[in-house]
Design a binder for this molecule. Structure first.
Ligand code: ZN
Length: 257
């Protein structure tokens, strides 16, 4: 008989898998979810399983070296990414990996979700950087994620999907929810043809609030990357008069000759 807490973890992982599927964040056998157990082992979803139908008894328990401790099935093929996060972040106890369509579109376009567009997203995540592509299920992928894991709680994985992590399963899932919602809003601002970014002063005030809301102290309360999120002070668009533009083009063309 599994202990009560192990049974609870099994049920909770299954619940968040079902939610991830129902929200459309995964299709078919995409994605994987894991949690760090009180004894330090990792419970994760089995490989090639539809997250809409996965059952508590399907979960696999492994150690931090990916050796199976318990379970009928094989652990997720992308478990190395989860282990990397648990290893680098002792504060993290749950990881969710999915392919939500809007955020994954950003990942496929090679565009990070790094703009200070929505105050609540800055508060919750700061920004969501883009890790370059690495073949799933190989050390290449972990190598691309490693530089970001310490300083961010949600990452876009180029040409692949999203990984989010938190102190518990709800926390990790909420971050996935925030990333996809923000990606959708970001696409709408593109459709509207205008993005009005928050100023760096606005973002600084949000970081003070973040400290209060999340009980963060010292360096944890500060932005980890001065360019993340991008504020209106660091505009990607420039404005030129017609004659300045003509002058610029003429100079480029004459250099080509
Ligand atoms: Zn994946």
């Amino acid at each position: 008989m599994p202990s009560v807490s192990e049974a609870q973890y099994r049920a909770e992982i299954a619940r968040f898998c079902h939610l991830t599927y129902e929200k459309g964040y995964v299709a078919s056998t995409d994605g994987n979810v894991s949690a760090r157990l009180p004894d330090g082992h990792i419970m994760c979803t089995p490989t090639i399983s539809n997250k809409g139908f996965v059952k508590p008894e399907d979960m696999v328990i492994i150690d931090m070296k990916a050796q199976k401790i318990k379970g009928e099935r094989k652990a997720s093929s992308e478990i190395a990414m989860h282990l990397l996060i648990y290893e680098m972040r002792p504060d993290i106890h749950a990881v969710v990996h999915a392919h939500p369509p809007c955020a994954t579109a950003y990942a496929a376009a090679g565009i990070p979700l790094n703009k200070a567009l929505i105050s609540e997203v800055v508060l919750a995540l700061g920004c969501i950087p883009l890790a370059e592509y690495g073949t799933p299920g190989t050390p290449e992928l972990s190598d691309q994620l490693r530089p970001f894991v310490k300083n961010f709680d949600a990452l876009l994985m180029a040409n692949h999907g999203v990984v989010t992590y938190g102190a518990n399963l709800e926390d990790a899932f909420n971050r996935m929810d925030t990333v996809e919602h923000f990606a959708k809003i970001s696409i709408y601002t593109k459709i509207l043809g205008r993005e009005r970014l928050l100023s760096s002063e606005d973002v600084e005030k949000l970081w003070v609030q973040r400290q209060k809301y999340y009980g963060l102290e010292g360096s944890d309360a500060q932005p980890k990357d001065p360019m993340c999120p991008v504020t209106d002070g660091v505009s990607e668009t420039i404005s030129l008069t017609r004659s300045e533009l003509i002058d610029l083009i003429e100079r480029v063309v004459s250099n080509l000759k």
